[in-house]
Write a new protein. Structure first.
Length: 117
């Protein structure tokens, strides 16, 4: 089962959810703000993908963090910030047993899905 981790108000998450629904791809949506984000999730994702890809440095939340706190970012500091501010997670995180991806590209996902479905 595919799980989409994101935020309900995120445009990219909405596009991904719409694509999956229109293409009859079964998925579960997990809102990281409403349903929670914990260190076990972040560690599990980081075990499959570089933790740096999980950190959304384009977000307004990131820009609000003082420069001194953003410098020399480590995995543990990044994870602590993401747990405190779930909008720092680049969205959506798409996770299944065979697949993990950060962000959504219809083309990239459809190519992957053809090869695994």
């Amino acid at each position: 089962m595919l799980t989409v981790f994101g935020i309900k108000s995120c445009d990219t998450c909405r596009r991904a959810r719409k694509y999956f629904a229109e293409n009859d791809i079964e998925f579960r949506f997990h809102d990281v703000r409403d349903d929670g984000l914990d260190i076990q999730m972040l560690e599990r994702w980081a075990g499959r993908i570089d933790w740096v890809k999980l950190l959304n440095k384009q977000s307004l939340t990131w820009r609000k963090i003082p420069e001194v706190d953003r410098a020399d970012m480590s995995k543990s500091r990044a994870f602590a910030l993401m747990i405190e501010n779930p909008t720092l997670v680049k969205r959506p995180v798409l996770e299944s047993e065979q697949f993990i991806a950060v962000g959504f590209s219809e083309k990239r996902f459809s190519e992957f899905w053809k090869n695994t479905a």
